[in-house]
Design a protein around this ligand. Structure first.
Ligand code: M6R
Length: 610
């Protein structure tokens, strides 16, 4: 999705804006631009395509000596990617960058056209720029202008604005779209996320909705619409610039898969007390969890797939029914929520628009909510009744990997805690699983990472495929949904995931000579069933890659063309090693195709619009 950066300080603004935009590239974009403010004038330079194209354009443009400016990476929603549609958008008194969608922009355009405003782009954002200008011309008060315009707009927005006649100052306001501001000794910054300003500071403020941030060199004021100062909470991340860099890896995705053992350990260990799960005061623990009759896990994409793992563990260990839902459906289908239900929102970014809307829906219905989120202080984290942070560090690659593993880890701990609270599990069994989660699982995943080159060799055999099936049973079927998503989003190889027993109810008609099928087997109890499904597809000519734990491979004769065997010292928790195998398989298949693995086409890291 779009990215915002703004800088005011003592250094030249343009290079700092470009550096910030480059750090935001991972979010996905198709054009970019900057607006520089100097001597009462605004100079905007915008360009379709990569930031490198914008940089070249900047080098060939006579720029003012500006120490204040705003920049943007645009992911097109209204109007094609083009120089004109790129942000910043200009009006007579100001330049503006925008993340989000203005739903009623047509109505605003119609009314402003009557007041003499000309529209040159196809975007919804230009309406916002002119509307703020309209109120600024009337009031000569930037805060009032921003608040009045915000009142009139429907949809979601994070705005960064510079006014031509207000030197060295950036104004920011938001609704349903993230925006942070920060001040260092000599600079003021705004950004859509912390990675853009990490080179300057790791301390920042998230602006509350309806509040205007007035950002100057080394100073920020937060004002309500009456112009009264209000306080905002400062937050800190322990992320460093190096954690947001590739550090010798070819891609962020590869680096992030290799961070999984550490991420799991860091997420699990602080949540164990006397060997069993303890979420402290952050979130409900055993006895409180045990009171819920039903749990709903609501999320999108990979996070939703992690939810399926949460369902399997909670139902198996605690015998509580769990409903897993796609957030974009949950919010509109009037879900049945009982008074003893718990809604768990899973999100890496904590800013996914549909997940946030689902959270608000659940809260409005009076249902207890718990967020499991990676980004500290994000909207989902702040609005839920309670929050458990996954401690994976920044995830930059669009394809989610380590965030999935740590989401699964927290869900396993929650399942154990619920099972203990309901008396479904002995203390000793709980301690065994928790010990395995903090020790065996990270070690097993580390062992899988050592197999990366071997997995690469196998993946290369499948890079030429156009269609592929993933099959498994039980938890393996859930894992297959994620393995399949990972492959298709970065390699563009079409794939589908099926519960192996379901194939013969229709899909097997697509299995003909040479069709590749990936069979995942970690569940010993269901192993023979998957082997039967393999025989069924093989007898129709399928080419089968079996991904299987070492112990099952030893004990069973599996008919397949290729095999990836991996260690899982605790069979019930083999999913964590399996996840890394599936991620590495997708990663190597996509890189062998020479694709931009970290920034797959059309995708954005954080989907902050509906
Ligand atoms: O930030 P979130 O976890 O809420 O994001 C949810 C999905 O958009 C995300 O997992 C998406 O599916 C990834 N591209 C998957 O790799």
């Amino acid at each position: 999705m779009c990215g915002i950066i703004g800088y005011t300080g003592e250094q030249k603004a343009a290079p700092i804006l470009i550096e910030g935009l480059s750090a935001l590239e991972y979010r996905g974009y198709d054009s970019s631009g900057v607006a520089l403010l100097a001597d009462g004038e605004i100079t905007a330079v915008k360009s379709k395509g990569r930031i490198a194209v914008l940089e070249e354009k900047l080098e060939n443009t006579k720029l003012p000596e500006a120490t204040c400016g705003i920049g943007h990476t645009r992911w097109a929603t209204h109007g094609e990617p083009s120089d004109i549609n790129a942000h910043p958008h200009l009006s007579s008194s100001l330049a503006l960058v925008h993340n989000g969608i203005i739903e009623n922009y047509r109505a605003i355009e119609n009314h402003l056209s009557l007041s003499g405003y000309d529209f040159v782009s196809q975007t919804d954002t230009e309406a916002a720029a002119h509307l703020i200008d309209f109120y600024y011309q009337k009031t000569n008060d930037p805060v009032e202008a921003l608040c009045s315009a915000a009142d009139e707009m429907r949809g979601s927005f994070a705005f960064g604005v510079v006014f031509a006649n207000i030197p060295d100052t950036i104004y920011a306001i938001r609704k349903d779209s993230p925006l942070i501001v920060a001040a260092t000794g000599s600079a003021g910054l705004i950004a859509s996320d912390i990675t853009a300003i990490l080179a300057h500071t790791n301390k920042y403020f998230r602006i509350d909705e309806g509040i205007v941030a007035v950002v100057k060199k080394g100073e920020i004021n937060f004002l309500d619409r009456e112009g009264k100062k209000v306080a905002q909470n400062e937050e800190t991340v322990d992320w460093t610039v190096s954690r947001a860099q590739k550090s010798g890896f070819s891609h962020f995705m590869q680096k992030e898969i290799f961070e999984e053992p550490d991420a799991i350990r860091k997420t699990v260990t602080p949540r164990l007390l006397s060997g069993i799960p303890d979420f402290g005061n952050d979130a409900p623990n055993g006895e409180t969890l045990a009171k819920f009759d039903r749990i709903h896990i609501v999320a999108c994409g990979t996070a939703m797939h992690a939810g399926l793992i949460g369902k399997a563990f909670t139902e198996r260990l605690a015998r509580v029914p769990v409903n897993v839902e796609i957030a974009s459906e949950f919010r509109y289908r009037d879900p049945i929520l009982g008074e003893n239900d718990l809604v768990i929102l899973l999100s890496q970014s904590g800013e996914t628009a549909d997940t946030l809307a689902a959270l608000r829906h659940a809260k409005a219905r009076g249902t207890a909510t718990l967020a499991i989120v990676n980004v500290i202080g994000s909207s989902v984290a702040r609005e839920a009744d309670s929050v458990i942070y996954t401690l994976a560090g920044p995830e930059i690659a669009v394809a989610s990997t380590k965030a999935y593993s740590v989401q699964c880890a927290v869900l396993v701990l929650l399942a154990v805690s619920t099972a203990l609270g309901r008396g479904q599990m002995s203390q000793a069994d709980a301690e065994d699983i928790c010990r395995a989660m903090s020790e065996n699982v990270p070690d097993d995943v580390a062992a899988v990472l050592k197999m990366s080159d071997d997995i690469c060799k196998v993946a290369k055999k499948y890079t030429g495929c156009e269609d592929l099936f993933y099959i498994g049973r039980g938890i393996d079927a859930d894992m297959c949904t994620e393995g399949s998503l990972k492959l298709k989003e970065i390699s563009y190889i079409h794939s589908e995931a099926y519960a192996a027993g379901e194939l013969k109810h229709g899909t097997i008609s697509l299995v003909t000579e040479g069709v590749p099928v990936v069979a995942l087997i970690t569940e010993r109890a269901l192993c023979e069933k998957v082997i039967s499904a393999i025989r069924e597809v093989k007898s129709r000519g399928a080419r089968v890659l079996c991904i299987v734990t070492d112990d099952i491979a030893e004990d069973f004769d599996i008919p397949c063309d290729d095999m990836i065997r991996f260690p899982a010292s605790v069979p019930e928790l083999a999913l964590f090693s399996a996840a890394s195998v599936l991620q590495l398989f997708a990663y190597h298949a996509a890189s062998a195709r020479g694709l931009d693995v970290d920034k797959p086409r059309n995708l954005a890291k954080s989907v902050t619009v509906e």
